[in-house]
Ligand binder design. Sequence first.
Ligand code: FAD
Length: 511
Amino acid sequence: MTTKKSTSPPPPPSGPSSCLRDESRLEGFASEIKNPADHRTFLDLARKCLARGEPMTFQGARTGLAGGAVPQGGTAVGLGALDRPVALEKGPGGFELLVQPGYTLAALRRDLARRKFDFISPGRASRAEKVLAEFQRGSYFWPPDPGEAAATLGGAASTNAAGPNAGFRGPAGGHIAGLNFLFSDGEERPVRRGEHVFREGALRLPDGRTLEADPRALGLPPTADLTDILIGSQGMYGAVTGVRLRLSPAPAHVWGLVFFAGSEQRAAAFMELFLDSPPEPLVSLDYLDKASLDVVAEMRGKASRLAEIPDLPGTARGAVLAEFQSMDEGLIEQASLAALRFCQEAGLDPDDSWALTDAETDKMRMLRHAVPEGLGGRLDRVRAQGFPALRTSTDFTVPGRGLGELLSEYRRDLEGGGLPAVVYGHAKDNHLHVNVIPENDGQVARAGELARHWLERAKKARGGLFVEHGVGKLRRELFLEAESPERIAALRSLKKTLDPNNLFNPGNMFA
Ligand SMILES: Cc1cc2nc3c(=O)[nH]c(=O)nc-3n(C[C@H](O)[C@H](O)[C@H](O)COP(=O)(O)OP(=O)(O)OC[C@H]3O[C@@H](n4cnc5c(N)ncnc54)[C@H](O)[C@@H]3O)c2cc1C
């Protein structure tokens, strides 16, 4: 969990304040705010800034939770208007959809469902039409499922966004075949997976220079390539100007099962049974604690679109959300029967469950999404009362631990600190988001102590430390404390090579 209160007030905002903050509620400042209308205007602007030595902070939809898109001076550059699909091609692994960075997840889902694209540059018409016709004979999707559909693909690539199914399917990066990228020399270049690969501690950059680095020190596998460096880099090495999405055949059947538990420990026992022998079509297993369900109830009273969510059982002290996807509905049925067995074994009442099929699974997504969304609203209320609270949330995995035991420890620690919390997240590898909305300085300090204590434990368990939402600015202090000096030195050296004048997203990760 990161907790940080704004200490010194920044200079007054110079433009629409919404462009100076993101979903974390961290507030920034900029000398200019620009939202180029198209790709060419963006390139001209970026090149002018580079020539003048003007820092830039790139912004997608600003749904990020770590302050990565919040400017600390220089020009804030919104890429939201670059929001179109560019081309559909057939790559070695299947269909690849090249999109502009401001194209949103919602637009992607819509266009894939209707199998129609409003391409900017059809390329050689006959070839493009042939590929589109072949595509339209099947059904395809982009597997990553980050929770906020307003997020852009440029933002998802830059944070290597994850979401509920990442424990099973991996984060966004594994489903990206390449990027178009603006580098510090002002040149925009395509970077494909499998090109620019590390060999014997060195990698050939597209501009011909050699990057010498140990990929393991950067937290990458030995055979990583440049896309692995650029994806998840939070705009620190340049701008994503195109994302090449690797599409997969869409599962014919999607089911969502939601189980309600009368106690947290029963919910945990149920999830442990699931994880001991995960039925094959399981793609996500998420937990919402009682406080999360309270947030949802609060939200339902305010947002009419949430009326579609069925009533939550009044006795529920936690909910487990399981999603199954398969071409074979029989497999999902078998998995559901296994889930019912686990449910009875763990002492949950199967009557307190929802079975949602195909389009209905959106109700499960709405339920899950209502929690982080509602937390944003709570944060705003605390801030409106005059305390500059920031969004706080843990974002690490603790592999190899029993979920029930870990949840008990969190509860004990939170109770000891007198901190009300909302706990939700992904059961696989115990990737829980423990959220505290501090209402005074004492709570900020105690939440910070716990964050450090828990992060140490995640390190000992060899878990991932800043897994889903990135480091940005909000988690910078914690990141610099928690990561090894070797990792930090390697990352600083990489930043120096790719952005020698520190003009791209200054303040992210490093001060
Ligand atoms: C309700 C809610 C639920 C969420 N659920 C999830 C979830 O399940 N999983 C998850 O991973 N995240 C989740 N998020 C966080 C957020 O949606 C993701 O981090 C998303 O990828 C951010 O996309 P964005 O377009 O809003 O990027 P922004 O917030 O605008 O930017 C994020 C970072 O990327 C950089 N960036 C953006 N575009 C570019 C570009 N074109 N070139 C270079 N750098 C760029 C920014 O500078 C910043 O550092 C959630 C957020 C909310 C509010």
